[in-house]
Design a protein around this ligand. Sequence first.
Ligand code: FES
Length: 95
Amino acid sequence: MPVVTFMPSGKMIEVASGTTLFEAATRAGLPVASSCSAENVCGKCNMQIIQGADSLSNQSEYEKKLLQRERHAVTDRISCLTKIEEDCVVTTKYW
Ligand code: FES
């Protein structure tokens, strides 16, 4: 099963393939910014991928539009839309 590491704490959690970054962070006890409760609408749950960008589901056109609308970097991921397939290391600006 994939292992997700959250920086800067270094907290790690093993998750089933297909788990979203949002779900993984929440299960690890980390807060995730959201005003839509992970309903894929608000675009506030973005994360930066430190390692393993290729270990995640591909960005959809919808996700790209959300990133653009919220003025996030194009390399960020909307965590409630992003599924984990292999090990990765992620962070956000508020952890
Ligand atoms: S929590 Fe709102 S888009 Fe992810």
